[in-house]
Structure formats: structure tokens, C-alpha cells
Design a protein around this ligand. Sequence first.
Ligand SMILES: [Zn+2]
Length: 220
Amino acid sequence: MSSMTLVESELDPRDAIYRCVVPAGEPWLHEIRKGEHLRIVDLEGNQAVDTLFYNADDPQERYSAVDTIRRQGSLYLNAGTQLISSEGNVMLTIVADTCGRHDTLGGACATESNTVRYALEKRFMHACRDNFCSELIRREEYGIAKRDIAPNINFFMNVPVTPDGKLTFEDGISAPGKYVEMRAEMDVIYLISNCPQLNNPCNAYNPTPIRLLIWDGQTT
Ligand SMILES: [Zn+2]
């Protein structure tokens, strides 16, 4: 098991300039300005928060799981990880983390993968990919479309890699109130699917809400 570095934030929730609760199974899209901090709080524990982000000035530049893994030389994300773009630039930095491990290998759940992994009749269940697509259509002013949905981050999700290289979906290691916080290193369009998955233990078979907080650059 890789080392887990737990780092608490010094930011006070009372100073946040934005806060909201994203209900279980719902998407969220928001612009985060350079220097702002975004905190994602796992309110009830073991929720999976599927995440993508794009350069607000040029959405063709987006989060790259491959470049992030290569740059940090580690498969898991935690405090100190720089989240790298498809152009090799740092988009956000994880500055605080009380969970200790986040996944960027497992991908977002989709109706197609639900039928392959579980059962044919699961194809009608709501999935993260549906959330990404429907939110991008609803916010079409950003010009981001289905083709721009690339491998994502699953915050709070535990997908350990076995010694012989297999991916396994395991019970979460998060707990109520655990959070991850990142600082934007450029203006980004931040897209979340608060995972509605009911078929695997990534969210304890029970999707739950998350809280989001944003602080402006002056408070840091
Ligand atoms: Zn999902």
C-alpha cells in the first residue's frame, strides 16, 4: 500500500464565498478561478465523486489521468498531487486531504459498463456518464460535448491495484466529514457527477450527498 499523506486545511468554512450541497446522484458544473480553493466534503462517507475539468479559456485542454500519473509517479491521488492537463500544464493542486487516497483509474460508470459488469437489465439505471452528458448539454454555452469526456478522477473512491496488476473496486476508505481540497492553478470549468451507482461498493451501494465550498484567492 502506498503511503497516505493526510493534510488538514487551514481555511475556515465561514470564510467561503460559495457553498452548496449536491444531492446523491446529481451533476454540478461551476467555473473555478485561478487561486480559488474548492473543497469537496464527503458528508456521509464512502461516496464516489466523479470529476472532470477543462481550461476555461480553451476547453480542448482538459484533465489528463495519464499525464497526472506519470508526473507524480504514483497511481493514487492525495495531498500534494498536481492535476495535469492534456497539454502538460498544472490545472489544480490537491492542497489538503483527510481521506488519503483517490482514484483516477476506474473511470466513470456508464450504462454500457453497468451491463458488462453487472447485468443486462442494469442498462436503464442512471450513471455518471449520463450526468456528464446531460449537464454539458444543459450548459451548452461552454462548448464542451460528449467527445470531450475523457478518463476522470473518482474522489473518495478506493480502486487498489493488486500486485499482479488487476484493478479491484473495494469498500471505501472515506468516512463522514472527510474532505479533499484543491487550489486552481488556472481558470477551470469544473464538472462533477455525484455518482448514482447502486451496483458496486465504491459508495457502499448507497449514493449520498456531498458539500462543496469555494474560497477566493485572497484568503490563502
Ligand atoms: Zn458513477
